[in-house]
Design a protein around this ligand. Structure first.
Ligand code: SF4
Ligand code: SF4
Length: 345
């Protein structure tokens, strides 16, 4: 049975306005036209290797760039029943990996139960952690729990400078993130002999493209290692997508046109064949299905004759679905490309 969609009219109107804002930018070209020029239209899925589930918008932080506009006052949370649907889909679709995101996923009351069930099924679990959540009340043993279930962690840290990180994420976030990373290292994360993986993810603190991932990873490893003794596996650089709170920030600074121009000019056909929607299915807190987390935030559900809710999951159809593309997709295909796992080419 399908959960009732409780989105307010206001939220849907806002998403529509956001999309129109980007499309009306004078610098904007049609993304599908660019695909056609490169003989890459229509963009199609090539199986589902990752089920990415957004378990709700509650977060202990309220970052300026947050593309899901999460924060402490958000109350939307995935229900146990929707989590159960996710487990069934992982089993039926033989999907090897579940990537849990939010908000702060750890704040969902069903988070630990779901992780245990998925791990018992032999599914690889990725948890997208904002680091500071481990200092929230009731989260004292979160790191131990994640390590005990061999959950891979992708931890967000905008910059290795306190001032830049705090400007984007709030006062003292950098210091608390460093302390949290030390605790992850103490639990074995980032140490080759344990197999416990912690990857950091960074996005530019402003309206510009990320620097080269390999160069930045090398630099971050040296600085974080020398200054704080911190180890991590990889650094993922992610392009800021013109959606959610980052879009509002661009508009407030009159930077939307300039930013969209940068993304469009750097369109890279090679990145198109590796965009994450080709191998990922994204689920929202109510169980609706999307080609990616960004489409989810824009309210663009899977389309082209696909079932839209996880209770109607059809592996064969969704495996080769046509993807819903719009102008924000330039964010994934500019330069070396961008995905939830960093550069794609
Ligand atoms: S970016 Fe991450 S940590 Fe920041 S408000 Fe959004 S979900 Fe929370
Ligand atoms: S935003 Fe990126 S991942 Fe999402 S549909 Fe567009 S190209 Fe695919």
């Amino acid at each position: 049975m399908i959960d009732k969609n409780t989105d307010t009219e206001l939220q849907l109107d806002q998403r529509d306005l956001d999309q129109r804002d980007i499309e009306s930018s004078p610098e904007m070209r049609d993304f599908d036209d660019m695909l056609k020029e490169s003989s890459l239209f229509p963009l199609k899925a090539n199986g589902i290797n990752v089920l990415q589930i957004n378990v709700g918008f509650k977060c202990n932080q309220a970052c300026k760039h947050c593309h899901v506009s999460a924060g402490p006052s958000r109350s939307e949370q995935m229900s146990r029943r929707t989590f159960e649907h996710c487990l069934r889909v992982l089993r039926e679709g033989k999907i090897p990996t579940v990537d849990i995101t939010g908000g702060a996923p750890e704040l969902n009351p069903h988070f630990r139960w779901f992780v245990k069930e998925a791990r018992d099924m032999g599914i690889d679990v990725i948890n997208r952690c904002n680091l500071t959540v481990v200092f929230e009340p009731g989260q004292e043993d979160t790191i131990e729990f994640l390590a005990g279930h061999k959950v891979s962690v992708i931890a967000s840290l905008p910059a290795i400078s306190a001032s830049q990180t705090d400007a984007q994420r709030g006062k003292s976030t950098f210091g608390n993130s460093i302390e949290a990373l030390k605790l992850f290292n103490q639990a074995g994360y980032g140490l080759p002999e344990t197999g416990l993986e912690i990857n950091l993810v960074t996005n530019p603190v402003g309206a510009f493209m990320p620097a080269s991932q390999a160069t930045l990873e090398d630099y971050w490893k040296r600085v974080l290692g020398k200054k704080y003794g911190i180890k991590f596996n990889h650094l993922f650089t992610i392009t800021n997508m013109p959606v959610g709170r980052f879009l509002n920030w661009l508009k407030s600074k009159n930077l939307l046109d300039e930013y969209m121009k940068k993304l469009t000019e750097q369109f890279n056909p090679k990145a198109v064949s590796a965009v994450m929607c080709k191998s990922t299915l994204s689920i929202d807190w109510q169980g609706y299905m999307y080609d990616c987390d960004f489409n989810q935030m824009l309210g663009l559900r899977v389309d082209h004759g696909m079932p839209v809710h996880i209770s109607e999951f059809d592996n064969e159809k969704l495996n080769q679905r046509e993807i819903v593309t719009k102008v924000h997709c330039f964010g994934c295909t500019a330069g070396n490309g961008s995905s939830c796992g960093g550069e794609v080419v």
